[in-house]
Design a protein around this ligand. Structure first.
Ligand code: NAP
Length: 276
């Protein structure tokens, strides 16, 4: 059983989940079904991924009760704005085949558009309507969170940001913590790039009988971060869940800190990155 973290509105969220960006509906359906059978209970998707139908089908196939799965999806850029946010959630629920989602996030702040505060106003209302159990943001910087705080009494439950040992995001994490926001880590394995072959990680892992990827995922959960690694492979899906039975030492964490290079996997800076 994956342990949970309590969000700022009392909702429980698993401390590790499945990422689904990329594959289409059929492959997503297979992955979600497989992951749920292995014990995953959090699935992250987005309207923009074009696979919410597959996520819903995978959940239905699994036979697991709806209330035992935590489903998060996201408002895409082209749907930002008060009215369009309300319509977009209904469209996502329709594609997912669900009555509610557990978490609804604004995918990117898109400051040039200047619509995120209006989108948030709609989301806060929909939270009260019961179609969403928690609301949050993704790729938000302190300046964007300040703006929400100035216009709404609802504090985001989650900020989902790029975060891995190459980009540990210490300042943003501290800012999220200060506000009572749980940080979810996207691309938690840095897309399985060079970092997973780093000897620092293999040497730490060898002491616990764990792989470098398991060391990375443990690094996330031990710091209160919620990673959502993606995999299409059953063995790797299983391996990625087996990170709740060992503990990194302070010295391990200090060694992992040396892997910080400040690099983003896709160069997507929230100040300027736009996707719709
Ligand atoms: P990731 O999870 O860091 O890495 C995925 C890659 O790692 C896949 O190529 C996978 O290959 C490989 N992998 C997984 N487990 C492995 C293991 N145990 N050993 C070796 N390789 C392994 O990257 P991501 O998909 O970019 O990020 C995860 C999720 O974050 C996404 O799917 C999405 O849900 C979310 N996300 C959100 C945003 C946002 O703006 N909010 C942006 C990007 C991503 P195999 O399939 O072959 O195992």
């Amino acid at each position: 059983m994956v342990p949970t973290v309590t969000l700022n509105n009392g909702v429980e969220m698993p401390r590790l989940g499945l990422g689904t960006a990329g594959p289409g509906d059929e492959e997503t359906r297979r992955r979600v079904r497989e992951a749920l059978s292995l014990g995953y209970r959090l699935v992250d998707t987005a309207a923009r991924y074009g696979n919410e139908v597959g996520v819903g089908q995978g959940i239905a196939d699994s036979g697991i009760s709806r209330e035992d799965v935590f489903v998060g999806t996201k408002l895409r850029g082209s749907d930002q704005g008060y009215d369009s946010t309300r319509t977009a959630l209904d469209a996502s629920l329709n594609r997912l085949g669900l009555d509610y989602v557990d978490l609804y996030l604004i995918h990117w702040p898109l400051p040039r558009l200047d619509q995120y505060a209006e989108s948030w106003r709609a989301m806060a209302e929909m939270l009260a309507d019961g179609k969403i159990r928690a609301i949050g943001v993704s790729n938000f910087l302190p300046e964007h969170l300040d703006r929400l705080a100035a216009t709404s009494s609802v504090v985001p439950a989650v900020n989902q940001i790029e975060l891995h040992p190459r980009l540990p995001q210490r300042e943003q994490r501290a800012d999220d913590d200060r506000r009572g926001i749980v940080t979810q880590s996207w691309s938690p394995l840095a897309k399985a790039g060079d970092v997973i072959n780093d000897p620092v990680l293999s040497s730490i892992g060898s002491r616990y009988g764990k792989t470098p990827v398991q060391v990375i995922l443990r690094w996330h959960v031990q710091q209160g971060l919620v990673p959502i690694p993606k995999s299409g492979n059953a063995d790797r899906l299983r391996q990625n869940l087996e990170v709740f039975d060992f503990e990194l030492t302070g010295d391990d964490l200090a060694q992992i800190a040396t892997l910080d290079s400040g690099t983003r996997v896709g160069g997507q800076d929230p100040r300027t990155h736009e996707e719709f």
